[in-house]
Design a protein around this ligand. Structure first.
Ligand code: HGY
Ligand code: MN
Ligand code: MN
Length: 439
């Protein structure tokens, strides 16, 4: 296998799943349904890798836990007889090479944030495996290959930007730039890919698949609140990540008069308050988050020398997002003068809003309806690999509800019935797409 781990991968959690491949049939299996118990088995087995208190997962990109998760999923791909490739940024694709032409591809990511849940990303990858196995067992031979992939570093929590692997997959960022990226812990992507055995040789960017559809939990409260089982995702909102560094004057907490202070922690706090107020003023889909603040020297009796914080600013409207960004820049400049500190920024990620094609959104709705499932249209507040694939092929997303709208939290939960429903919709969408010349 090209450039990746040899030897037996993860043994402890392998499932004794038997495979039967009956005689092939030609009739399109519109009544085909997945094996929900098998899908849940795989989800729970993958969730045991990097398991944390509260029922979640910690598998930051390219860590040992990510490697172990990768090994387990690759072993399942092999069990299904898929052709497995690893590209130069560690994206893994499992292809059932039947029929001809471009593959109908599904997938997502299996890296998580540090306090992730069981389903974010993982559902989309394991649903793809389940769908391929279900079709193989049905005896129906798709006229096109079916592929399932997991992309490297979708979360962007250790290495920015997010959706890094899928962005490279579609040619949106150079391989060398990816490999040279330094993470929040000082590690380098290229070194870590080598270390975990996933520095592949398959070229990146990749040829465009025929179509790409991603199943994902909504990670927000809308579907549950509206009582809809399936989300026909219309697109993904714009994302702007910025790292702000504030240099002040370290001083004694007890002896330094307030009038003499140049305090980066105070400036950082004002920025967090400013962002919350900006989101309130803009309303609508505007969201702003300060997720990370590092102080130096970070000691109880020292006025900090430096604060480094991250700003995550998003909106479905590109014009409003740009306005928010320039308002923030103006505020940072004013704050530097007010507090007598120096403030510098660097962009960590910037993606404009993405719209999925009408035909794909309609296909989600129609397939949900064929299954007697309620659905509604909504944009995605979270970034996803599908937004990158939309640059090179017809792409879409299927959402299923998140309980209480919670995600990026060990308490993340989606009911099994909704998981199975979403996967059945994806199954039939993929079958339909294999028979459509132009999705
Ligand atoms: O940040 C995001 O929206 C995604 O979870 N990477
Ligand atoms: Mn995700
Ligand atoms: Mn996520």
């Amino acid at each position: 296998m090209d450039g990746w781990r040899t030897g037996q991968p993860w043994q402890g959690l392998r499932l004794n799943i038997s495979y039967t491949f009956p005689v092939t049939t030609t009739a399109r299996p519109t009544d085909l349904r997945i094996n929900g118990a098998r899908l849940m088995d795989r989800l729970m087995s993958l969730a045991e890798i990097g398991a944390i208190d509260g029922g979640g997962c910690a598998r930051l990109a390219l860590t040992d836990a990510d490697r172990d998760g990768r090994d387990l999923v690759v072993s399942w791909m092999r069990d299904l007889g898929l052709e497995v490739t690893v590209d130069t940024v560690g994206n893994v694709v499992g292809t059932w090479s039947v029929g001809g032409g471009g593959a109908v591809m599904t997938g997502s990511h299996i890296d998580t944030v540090r306090t992730g849940g069981k389903y974010d990303g993982n559902l989309g990858v394991l649903a793809g495996l389940e769908i391929i196995q279900t079709v193989q067992e049905s005896g129906w031979m798709p006229p096109r290959p079916l592929a399932v992939t997991f992309f490297t570093n979708e979360e962007g929590a250790r290495y920015a930007p997010d959706m890094m692997g899928s962005l490279a997959y579609v040619g949106g960022i150079g391989v060398e730039e990816v490999l040279g990226t330094i993470g929040i812990d000082g590690s380098r992507v290229g070194d870590e890919l080598l270390r975990i055995g996933y520095a592949g040789t398959t070229p990146c960017p990749a040829p465009a698949p025929h179509a790409f559809v991603e199943l994902h939990i909504e990670q927000g409260p809308v579907l549950e609140k509206e009582g809809a089982t399936i989300g026909a995702v219309t697109g993904v909102q714009g994302i702007s990540w910025r790292e702000v560094t504030i240099e002040g004057q370290s001083n004694h907490a007890g002896t330094t008069p307030m009038s003499m202070r140049h305090d980066p922690a105070y400036a950082a706090s004002l920025i967090a308050v400013f962002l919350r107020d900006l989101a309130r003023r803009y309303g609508g889909n505007q969201v702003c988050t300060v997720g990370k603040i590092d102080l130096h020297p970070n000691l109880v009796n020292v006025v900090p020398a430096r604060a480094v914080l991250t700003l995550d600013v998003r909106n479905t409207d590109e014009g409003l997002l740009r306005r928010a960004e320039s308002e923030i820049t103006e505020r940072l400049d004013a704050l530097a003068a007010e507090e007598g500190v120096t403030i510098t920024s660097r962009q960590l990620a910037r993606f404009e809003p993405v719209e999925f094609g009408e035909s794909m959104v309609t296909l989600v709705e129609a397939t949900a309806s064929d299954h007697g499932l309620s659905s509604m249209r909504l944009p995605s507040g979270a970034g996803h690999d599908a937004q990158m694939l939309a640059r090179i092929c017809p792409s879409g997303m299927v959402f299923v509800p998140s309980h209480n709208g919670i995600s990026h939290n060990p308490a993340e939960h989606t009911d099994t019935a909704d998981i199975v429903a979403g996967c059945d919709v994806l199954l039939q969408m993929m079958i339909t797409l294999t028979t459509q010349e132009t999705p």
